[in-house]
Design a protein around this ligand. Structure first.
Ligand code: SAM
Length: 239
């Protein structure tokens, strides 16, 4: 069965949105993955179709009701092996390693929060895994869900051609990507580094690896420390 994403949202019209074009859009049209956006409001039971209420204990804003969201999750009737995610600024950070895991599986159910968030009891009762796309606050989980799905879909077999291969890019080996160049050879007085036009593949690979290391060390000390810790002694720096 193709990889699938089931999204629970108050704004199903936001899907597939940007995922309907380019790489992800072609793969969607080609049946490599599928997307179902389900309206949480369809699970509301009262005559006003309400999905939220004021926070217990007081404070600003509204909270998504546990009973309505649980009913929406249950109505989606997803297979037990599919992960159930909740987009949330409190969640585990979305990393390329986590994306690879998700892309290798059957595809997740993704709950998109709104307002001040959702009632804790549905997170606990349905064992939702909270996932964050970064240390900032969005107005809703939909854009975060689009980010997560996009990162997964491009890794599915048949989505990226050889030309856009994911094997050499940032995070694939724990390092940031080396700088890229293309024609023209001279741009505003700046030349492409000689090594890249030398035709010496081993030298090119060594130069790129050294650039990746230097960039990671300068920009992301956190990734750099992790990468160094994983290297066998002696060859922790090949540049
Ligand atoms: N009151 C919440 C807090 O302080 O943690 C923020 C709620 S936010 C306004 C509304 C919804 O947007 C959240 O329930 C979540 O689904 C989504 N969201 C916001 N920032 C996010 C992030 N960095 N990563 C993933 N989802 C996010």
């Amino acid at each position: 069965a193709p990889w699938r994403a089931t999204v629970l949202t108050l704004f199903p019209e936001m899907f597939p949105g940007p995922l309907g074009v380019s790489l992800a859009g072609r793969a969607l049209a080609g049946g490599i993955w599928s997307l179902e956006a389900r309206d949480i409001r369809a699970a509301a039971t009262d005559k006003h179709r309400s999905v939220d209420d004021t926070p217990a204990g007081g404070g600003p804003g509204m909270v998504l009701r546990a009973d309505v969201l649980a009913a929406a999750i249950d109505a989606a009737a997803i297979a037990p092996e599919r992960p159930k995610l909740l987009m949330s600024p409190r969640g585990r950070p979305l990393t390329q390693a986590f994306v690879r895991d998700l892309a290798a599986g059957p595809g997740p159910l993704i709950v998109c929060g709104r307002f001040e968030g959702i009632d804790q009891r549905v997170i606990d009762a349905r064992e939702l895994i909270e996932v964050s796309i970064g240390d900032y606050v969005l107005s809703g989980g939909e854009i975060a869900a689009l980010v997560l799905i996009d990162a997964c879909v491009r890794l599915l077999p048949g989505v990226m051609g050889k030309l856009e291969s994911g094997t050499d890019e940032s995070f694939s080996d724990g390092l940031l990507e080396y700088p890229q160049y293309t024609r023209p050879q001279l741009f505003e007085g700046r030349a492409i580094p000689d090594v890249l036009t030398s035709g010496d593949h081993a030298k090119v690979a060594a130069w790129r690896h050294a650039q990746s290391q230097a960039l990671t060390e300068a920009r992301r000390p956190d990734l750099w420390a992790e990468w160094q810790a994983r290297q066998p002694r002696e060859q922790s720096r090949t540049s």
